[in-house]
Design a protein around this ligand. Structure first.
Ligand code: 13P
Length: 312
């Protein structure tokens, strides 16, 4: 198995050179996939990277909306996705047609959408955001301007609480992985590890975020764990991040929080795990599956992402 992985990794490195391809990977992919990435990051860092990258081909090791975002920002590059079935429950919870009908009920509202959306929803959006910059994005909008926030009710609720904005209407979507974290399990773990800091992704429910020492994006959580004097952390986000945590901070201990009824002791996004070394090889060899977008939708979606990137 290890030998096989080594052969696949060598083949990927060879194909990257031959084809002038780079691999962008999200922290939630498996450790072996992260190991072949040229850039590893959270949604914000990867969106920015996709725009700046100098290569003919971007292979996106992540879920579909992430590869779509890369294509929106890099229309002249070939953007490949090793497994197009790798979806996202949040993006799927917000259908573009239904969202357009919802938006029509609030003609005076500005639309802020999380990047975890389809290109169709981004095209209906004024400013995108990620979990790294959602607060900044909302704070950049005048307080009296009403907002539609989509699609994550938990991230939206968290930002609403931080900003005290009552004029934010939330789309009722959620990430199935983050919604499943159980407060009871975290409380049990905290009894076992009383000195551990609890780090939570803002897609978790408010009851879970309420017991956090830190709430933030995957990149934010990594940074917090590095800067904190604590040596133990209860990690309340998708388990893929653990490999980067252990690599970066080998002397610290990371305890994955399980959802209710978990058998593996952690919480995994099945979609992120659909990217494998095998399908990366096949995707690079065949230059397929490729992301293609219709130009008017791409252009409209691009505006919402560029609006986000321009907010410093
Ligand atoms: P990040 O913004 O932390 O990368 O979150 C991405 C994500 O899809 C969480 O479900």
């Amino acid at each position: 198995m290890v030998e096989n992985s080594q052969a696949l990794i060598a083949r990927i490195e060879q194909l990257k050179k031959e084809k002038n391809a780079v691999i962008l990977a999200h922290y939630y992919t498996t450790a072996d996939v992260q190991a072949v990435a040229d850039f590893l990051g959270d949604s914000l860092a990867l969106s920015v990277k996709a725009k700046e990258i100098d290569a003919k081909i971007i292979l996106f090791a992540g879920v579909h909306f992430m590869a779509e975002t890369a294509k929106v920002l890099s229309p002249d590059k070939k953007v490949l996705i090793p497994n197009p079935e790798a979806g996202c429950s949040l993006a799927e919870s917000c259908d573009a047609e239904k969202f357009a009908a919802f938006k029509a009920n609030y003609p005076n509202h500005l639309v802020v959408s999380y990047v975890n959306t389809t290109v169709g929803v981004k095209a209906l959006t004024d400013i995108c955001c990620t979990s790294s910059n959602a607060l900044q994005v909302v704070q950049s909008i005048p307080a009296e301007q009403p907002i539609i926030f989509a699609p994550d009710r938990n991230l939206g609720g968290y930002i609403k609480k931080l900003t005290g904005r009552d004029n934010m209407v939330l789309w009722d979507g959620a990430c199935h992985v983050h919604e499943e974290f159980s407060l009871d399990k975290i409380v049990e773990l905290k009894k076992e590890w009383p000195n551990a800091k609890v780090v939570v992704h803002p897609e978790c429910k408010a009851t879970v975020a309420a017991v956090a020492d830190y709430v933030g994006s995957t990149a934010g959580i990594l940074e917090y764990c590095g800067k904190s004097e604590a040596t133990e952390f209860i990690v309340v986000t998708e388990a893929g991040i653990l490999s980067e945590m252990k690599k970066k901070y080998p002397k610290k201990r990371f305890i994955p929080a399980p959802p209710l009824g978990s058998t593996c002791g952690c919480n995994e996004c099945k979609y992120m795990k659909m990217v494998t070394l095998e399908n990366i090889v096949s995707c690079l060899e065949n230059s397929s599956p490729e992301i293609t977008l219709d130009e008017p939708t791409r252009k409209a979606a691009e505006r919402s992402i560029l609006n986000m990137i321009s907010i410093k």
